[in-house]
Write a protein that binds this ligand. Structure first.
Ligand code: G6P
Length: 608
């Protein structure tokens, strides 16, 4: 959500800024802009719409001169997407420029105060108060001024600030929203995320909350809000540079789906030694683990859907109550949670504001928080009591695929690890779970190889208007993700329903040719889901069934069917999700949708 880039060096800044913004497009945006100091003034170019508009307008940044600049992709919150509301924003006399990610919660109050002083605003954004405050408070000392302004702001923000009279510095500020500084040779960079700078440098500083960085051509100094210099460790990014490129695929989403066997393999490989699950990241003693009376899994979006799978898996294996909670609801419902509750938070980005806030609420109430996170060093990873990293590598497509699969793998590891400590798993089951887990990457691979078959099914169904995903037990948990994947990238209205619940109202929506995707992998309830399939077929539905190879009769029962290899019950979602991802992808492809960057969506949702 909103992308920030910055450059200071001896090369032209704008081409890098445009390139960096391009690499941050996955974060979600609806307008883009850059500001470069040309030696005399701050030159701002910004346009509503896709980045290509700005690229064309600036000849890929080549027609803006200057060696220091900041850029931004905006995902509208306060004020509609428009040229005026696009960042960077300039102060009254155009001496300061600011780009911002996050929300200034008290902006109305600050705007009124500034307006009373005669300052007129050019945009409807919360961000503009920051730049006007900078000019209003400037006392000749940049750091002092930034600290004074920070003290007035409430909310979350990552800021990039430029001052016309100082073309030798960019100021970066972080409170809540992520920011990194790339360290180059006689040039330095600013970015919301690693892909923007990966081709330039692998050495970064990751700003922490309430840190202010002064970025110069020859170095970077980081301060705290008492103006003390912070000694920041340099982090070396290990990612393969191709990880942030499409690598010959038409879309990142396809590339990332194809990377799922590796993501799952990498996530489990180091954590299974000699047939035993070793989770060194968990610092809880067996005694502490035994004392937990219940578990809360908290997350948003697809990560929440992993939480719903976790409810079925962990409850079944551990025989302890497990609740899956939507993070934005959890925090504000006065949850019953204390030191006898283990909290598991799940987040690909590690920056999702709702998840982070919910985790803090759980911790405040005494709960121990274990985070499952993909982005190393992210806010949730830093603030959790323990963190288990999914080793999925960078995920660029807004619709998550490989991170979801890697998160599921961690849930299975936790089920086996905790189940063993609690004495709930027999040795035979332990060994069988471990070997099933190790076999997942190969089985996922075999499903990916059937993608042409799924493409063919999608080619016949992509014109559907409404879709219902149904399933029972763990298939229901999975249907939530199948439905979300389809709606987010193809814009087809879709709902997920517990198959047995459909007849309590929603079945009234089934009519001739309504598409129903029936998940029938959970063998114990196969007959029951078949009854539900019959119910909807009788009312005219077209049923696409997804089941396991040991129930080939699904091909006769449903109008179309996809069969996946068998695995143990709890790991079925890892296999069944793959055809649903592929189906959503191909439907979106046939419909001509923007697959990697669906409208209105952001990869990293850093506002509540
Ligand atoms: C956004 C993304 C989803 C993601 C959700 C949670 O809505 O579009 O794909 O599942 O945020 O993100 P997180 O980074 O916390 O997993």
């Amino acid at each position: 959500m909103c992308g920030i880039v910055g450059y200071i060096g001896y090369e032209q800044a704008a081409p890098f800024l445009i390139d960096g913004l391009e690499k941050l497009q996955y974060r979600g945006y609806d307008s883009a802009g850059v500001c470069v100091n040309d030696g005399e003034k701050l030159v701002v170019k910004k346009e509503n719409g896709k980045l290509t508009v700005l690229k064309n307008m600036t000849d890929n940044g080549n027609n803006i001169a200057g060696t220091v600049g900041i850029g931004h992709t905006r995902w509208a919150t306060h004020g509609k997407p428009s040229n005026e509301n696009a960042h960077p924003h300039l102060s009254r006399s155009c001496s300061f420029a600011v780009v911002h990610n996050g929300i200034i919660e008290n902006y109305m109050e600050l705007k009124q105060e500034l307006s009373a002083k005669g300052i007129t605003f050019r945009s409807m954004t919360d961000t503009e108060v920051v730049v006007q405050l900078m000019e209003n408070c400037y006392n000749g000392d940049m750091i002092d001024t930034v600290i004074r302004v920070m003290k007035m702001l409430k909310g979350s923000y990552a800021l990039g600030i430029m001052f016309k009279d100082n073309p030798d510095e960019i100021i970066a500020v972080r409170k809540g929203s992520p920011l990194i500084i790339g360290i180059g040779e006689k040039e330095n960079y600013l970015a919301s995320d690693v892909p923007a700078i990966l081709e330039k440098t692998r050495k970064i500083y990751r700003l922490d909350n309430d840190e202010i960085a002064v970025i110069r051509r020859d170095g970077v100094t980081v301060y705290d809000t008492n103006k003390n210099v912070r000694n920041k460790p340099v982090e070396i990014i290990e990612w393969n540079i191709d990880a942030a490129k499409k690598d010959g695929y038409e879309h990142f989403m396809m590339k990332e789906m194809m990377e799922q066997p590796k993501a799952v393999h990498d996530t489990i490989a180091e954590r299974i030694k000699d047939g035993r699950v070793i989770l060194d990241e968990i610092h809880l003693t067996p005694e502490q683990i035994r004392k937990f009376e219940k578990i809360h899994v908290i997350a948003c979006g697809s990560a929440y859907h992993v939480g719903v799978v976790a409810k079925y898996v962990l409850e079944n294996v551990l025989r302890k109550p497990v609740e899956a909670d939507i993070a934005s609801e959890f925090k504000y419902r006065d949850p019953i949670i204390d030191e006898k509750t283990l909290t598991i938070v799940i987040s690909q980005s590690g920056e999702t504001a709702d998840t982070k806030e919910a985790m803090k609420e759980a911790q405040k109430r005494g709960s121990y928080a274990v985070a499952i996170v993909n982005v190393v060093g992210s806010a949730i990873a830093s603030e959790a009591d323990d963190v288990i990293y999914t080793l999925a590598g960078p995920e660029i497509a807004v619709a998550t695929t490989k991170a979801y699969s890697a998160q599921l793998a961690v849930i299975y590891l936790l089920a086996i690890y905790f189940g063993d400590i609690l004495g709930k798993i027999s040795e035979t089951d332990y060994q069988s779970y471990v070997s099933e887990l190790q076999a997942l990457p190969e089985k996922i691979q075999s499903i990916l190889q059937t993608k042409e078959e799924i493409k063919n099914i999608a080619s016949k169904l992509f014109a559907c208007k409404d879709t219902f995903f149904i399933g029972r037990n763990i298939d229901y948990a999975l249907s939530l993700e199948g439905s979300l994947k389809l709606k987010e990238i193809s814009y087809i209205h879709s709902e997920a329903y517990a198959a047995g619940e459909l007849k309590h109202g929603t079945i009234s929506l089934i009519e001739n040719r309504t598409l129903v995707i029936a998940l029938a992998t959970y063998g114990r309830l196969f007959e029951k889901i078949v009854s539900n399939i019959k119910e909807v077929q009788t009312r005219g539905a077209y049923v696409l069934g997804i089941g396991c190879e040991d129930h080939p009769e699904l091909k006769e029962i449903a109008q179309s069917a996809i069969l996946i290899p068998k695995t143990c019950d709890m790991m079925l979602p890892s296999l069944a999700v793959v055809p649903m991802q592929l189906f959503a992808y191909y439907v979106a492809l046939f419909k001509g949708c923007e697959i990697d960057t669906p409208r209105n969506l952001a990869k990293s949702v850093t506002v509540e």
